[in-house]
Design a protein around this ligand. Structure first.
Ligand SMILES: Cc1cc2nc3c(=O)[nH]c(=O)nc-3n(C[C@H](O)[C@H](O)[C@H](O)COP(=O)(O)OP(=O)(O)OC[C@H]3O[C@@H](n4cnc5c(N)ncnc54)[C@H](O)[C@@H]3O)c2cc1C
Length: 184
């Protein structure tokens, strides 16, 4: 099976990226088993939320992403291969999928970087402010790209920046995702 973008990791980085891509009609699959450290967090520091436990934040985010049309696959990605058409992932239960764009949002587990020989910065994946890695059409963000100084808000921002980069590539020009209130 082939989709427009595969996102590995279902924490705030991966879900934020999926939301923007699906909103703009890209066919997106997010892989992950809902095992993010957000389930240990209690948010007093997320702009727009007075306070919320991390599990509620994840539940709302997962539903929002599903409602927008992305797919959540509760599977662990074991390997990534480069193909003539992009990148092919294989999961622990031997499910395969391929896409031209690949996003690595795996938090503190950066082991998949070795499959693509991605450049590292210490233990983290090297990525620029749009999440671009050393390999064309492979992006990384959030905790996967930062040793420390990480917050949910930073991951959500990184995921959004990656989505805008992918959308810009698809459009062939720099793009935003701005809306205005519906008319009464
Ligand atoms: C105890 C604790 C309390 C915290 N409290 C706060 C807080 O109050 N406020 C705040 O802003 N932040 C808090 N954080 C930090 C917050 O949890 C992180 O900033 C955030 O989770 C990072 O998001 P991420 O998407 O980059 O990575 P993660 O949330 O780590 O998401 C990565 C996801 O990818 C999955 N994954 C990894 N490898 C694979 C694979 N091969 N295939 C499929 N899926 C894979 C993981 O299981 C995980 O679900 C806390 C963290 C901890 C540990």
């Amino acid at each position: 099976m082939s989709v427009d973008a595969i996102i590995i990791g279902d924490g705030p980085t991966g879900l934020s990226c999926a939301l923007l891509l699906a909103k703009n009609d890209l066919d997106v699959t997010v892989y992950g088993e809902d095992d993010t450290p957000m389930h240990q967090a209690y948010l007093w520091n997320y702009l727009g939320l007075h306070e919320e436990d991390g599990t509620t934040f994840q539940e709302t985010s997962r539903k929002q992403v599903l409602d927008m049309g992305a797919r959540l696959e509760e599977r662990r990605v074991e390997t990534i291969e480069e193909t003539p058409n992009g990148y092919r992932v294989t999961t622990h239960d031997d499910h395969h999928e391929q896409a031209p764009h690949l996003v690595i949002a795996t938090g503190t587990d950066r082991s998949l970087a070795k499959d693509l020989d991605l450049a590292l910065e210490g233990n983290t994946i090297q990525a620029d402010r749009y999440g671009r890695t050393s390999k064309e059409n492979v992006y990384a963000g959030g905790w996967a790209t930062r040793e420390d100084k990480i917050q949910a808000a930073i991951s959500v921002g990184d995921g959004a920046a990656i989505a805008l980069e992918i959308l810009s590539k698809e459009e062939g020009e720099p793009t935003h995702d701005f809306d205005v209130p519906p008319e009464e």
